[in-house]
Design a protein around this ligand. Sequence first.
Ligand code: ARG
Ligand code: GLU
Length: 709
Amino acid sequence: MRFLKILLLLFVFQGFAQQGGMWIPSLLEGMNESEMSALGSQLSAEDIYDVNNSSLKDAIAHFNGGCTAEVISNQGLLLTNHHCGYGQIQSHSTLENDYLKDGFWAMNFDEEIPNENLYVEFIVSIHDVTDKVLENVTDELSERDRQSQISRNSNAVLESWPREDWQDVKTKAFYNGNQYFLFVTERFEDIRLVGAPPTSIGKFGSDTDNWVFPRHTGDFSLFRIYADANNRPAKYSEDNKPYIPKHYLPVSLDGVEEGDFTLVFGFPGTTNEYLPAVAIQHITQEFNPTNIAIREAALKVIDAEMKTNDEVRIKYASKQARIANAWKKWIGENLGIEKSGAIEIRRDFEERFKTAMEKKNLTDKYADILPEFEKLYAEFSPVNIKRRNFIEVFLVTNELMQMMFYAYQFEQALLQNPEAFNEEKANYLNRLKGIYKNYDAQVDQGVFENVMPFYHDDVDSSIYSNTAFTSMETASDLFKDDMEKVLKNLNKDPAYQYAKPIIEDFFINVNPEFVKINTSISALQTRYMTALMEVLPDERYFPDANSTLRVTYGQVRGYSPRDAVYYNEVSYLDGVMEKYIPGDYEFDVPDKLIDLYKAKDFGQYTDDTGKVPVCFLGTNHTTGGNSGSPAIDANGYLVGLNFDRVWEGTMSDMYYDPEICRNIMVDLRYILFIIDKYAGAEHLIEEMTLVRPKSEMPKGKKKNRKKKK
Ligand code: ARG
Ligand code: GLU
């Protein structure tokens, strides 16, 4: 029995050998390289990152600071998610030209649409500057002095670092401030919209399918980078030309199958992989539940109204998606932590840490850390929950309270600096305008009644009948006179009278208390990281995500979310048709797509089953910010577009378990099928380089195919 168990474990470990982690692309030589080849990769560290020659990294861009995008042609064609380009697609949409609803396809360069305030950034090179940044940073310094020494050092490094005129430099902290890297970057600001499928493809399944598998979403959009006459970054100009990249990704028509190697290359935002067990317990058992409850209370009102009222549906679409996205993620995160036994596993790890610490005689140095975490989190818990609940009620869900929050800041700004009255007033009214564009006072009152009890005992919804802040017209009436009068009007408004003491309490008590304990926790986390690496030096440490360029590798794999249920690793166009509900706002399918399906007009975009693959799963360790990241095969070819994770696996932000953590990617063949057959934008396909690395191989040699360059 025991032997069997060990055998089983061995099998599992082999199947999921050494995955997880988001690695720094300039440091892949050695361990990562051999792990990747054990998973089936043919790529060398230099194929992925090279300072002197072009490499895969030259095709990867940070999209507007939040998502990832990749270059897929020698004319700067850029691929990212539909939900990453959503804001741009929406901004060009009107009732007559509703690109959200109908999609958009530029049929030549002239039809491509410029976008204000959209940029992409490439990484030119990465350098370890830890010694310089931590120079004269000693244990004797107070936390404050420590931070200012670090920022002085960092600025000095940045100032003297060699770079071209069109390049930027920045430093970033890794391993909770135990290591520092410098990035030389290039930022392009003339980025034009090239194509987007209709929402019924790009956001098919909407919230119901969000964070889950099986998934059938064509979550992609296309942009193009334009550069100046010298092929360098430039602001928008009619004279700019399509950018010629240092590298672009060829697209494989052969796709991937179960067990194939995949590498996801992008800009993951934030993870917390080295938290003590007490922190995971706090987050999942105390912190998440109250925030989930608040959002649930808000969604109950919003969803009901959206279903019966079309105007509300349109106005609240994006707001609702934002609220529901994290709500659903947190529920999955809690489930996954529970199912995987992550807290117990972390406690066992801490025991191992303690034993090794004692063995190495490091107790004097580090024995206080874990007990100190217990103490700090006990203090932190109520404060952290209260502060976050405030944010959920006043800034995320209820908009009248949001208007009051900003009104309070407006008043405070004027008390400090009365000169700024006109400017502050304009800013505030602008903010109101933004809110009222998608506002419904009745829905908001319902939300107020549902969410306020989570923060404050006195829930007085009569303020909605008496406040001026239920419409732009009545609100702006309060702001007509001079400053003194405006502030008087504001302080007479019942909504402001209600909210002001609560907001004041937040700024005077709640937030400062949070900042105080949080600063101590961060400093302790930095020490813990140092201690881990000294006490258990042979563990596999990767730095937490921090919005810098990372590589994560794994394999194509299905998974079992619960007993007797198994999800295949790939979904097909047949599944889109299975889910089709005519006229439904989540599951409608465009006629043209139905016709193509019925006629089996799939072109070259099928796999060997003759079907069009839509999405597939991998064991790559991803997080928010990896949206739009390329999934690259063993040869360096593009096979997928990352856009989501499976529900039970969203806990990978704190604990990655290769058995249940999966990232979800759109199969590139579905994207090509939509561009070619659905949109008829063949010129875009022609612009790309399509390859068939598998079919060109003689049969039987598939498994150890040679790398091609
Ligand atoms: N869950 C994905 C992410 O975290 C996709 C969100 C966009 N899609 C949606 N149905 N709201 O960003
Ligand atoms: N949809 C996420 C994003 O916008 C990626 C999914 C995830 O969190 O893994 O970045």
